[in-house]
Design a protein around this ligand. Sequence first.
Ligand code: NAD
Length: 267
Amino acid sequence: MLRVVIVGATGRMGRTLVSCARQMSGLTVTGAIDRPDSPAIGRDVGELAGIGALGVTVGSKLAAVLDGADVVVDFSDPASTAGHLAACAAARVALLVGTTGLAPEIEQQAMQAAAHAPVLIAANTSLGVTLLTALVRECARLLPTDFDIEIVEAHHRHKKDAPSGTALALGRAAAEGRGIDFGQAAVAGRAGVAPRRSGEIGFAVVRGGDIVGEHDVIFAGTAEKITLSHQASDRAVFARGALEAARWLAAQPAGRYCMSDFISIKT
Ligand code: NAD
């Protein structure tokens, strides 16, 4: 039985993870962590997820629940990611980070942690977006450079980061495929800006209602346009993908992984 600790356990994704874990075989939630000032501290995480008591209470100290854990699944807040990496590295426990809006320096900290434990960071843990990312890279590689690349994403009104981590990851894949520098090419928002510069990768953001997650990658040429599109209508696609990837990750040696490592092994 795989013993899973959920970080951000009482958030939208945390509750979905707890509920999906219950429906998956060979997997059990043994720890639930949220921020120290959360009103959920001390309450049963199953009750908070609406699936009945699991006998696991929400705590705030990750290190305290790592003894005996196989993998940590973190969908919380980017300010806490460095601490979670350090705690998992010290305990030699696998860590899957689904949190987005991570600071650039996290990559270096992830590499340090990956010397001691398996670490997977994914802005999107759905199977569909993992495949979409590969398709975007390939499309950008194959199409002539006069096909302009634009990315449009839509999410619910509570989302904290913009553009979404998934949109940025899709943009990076497009830049890789085209062989250009993502930092130079990315343009987020065009209010009051003059016409498009050649080679830009543009981002447009929609926020509203309860939209779970939508991403369109547009390759706009002259008199023709290709749009690669993904729409998630239920958070469970991210939760199930994360838990399946976590199951795989827990069996890997220490190292730095991404979703495409998991998918290619699986297929
Ligand atoms: P949310 O705000 O509903 O939940 C976040 C939870 O983390 C809250 O319960 C909050 O109290 C908790 N938290 C905050 N600081 C913490 C800390 N220091 N330690 C432990 N817990 C802490 O947000 P959400 O919609 O559940 O999304 C969470 C994160 O996951 C966001 O970054 C979001 O963009 C990302 N996300 C990723 C994917 C993916 O596929 N990778 C999918 C959906 C959301």
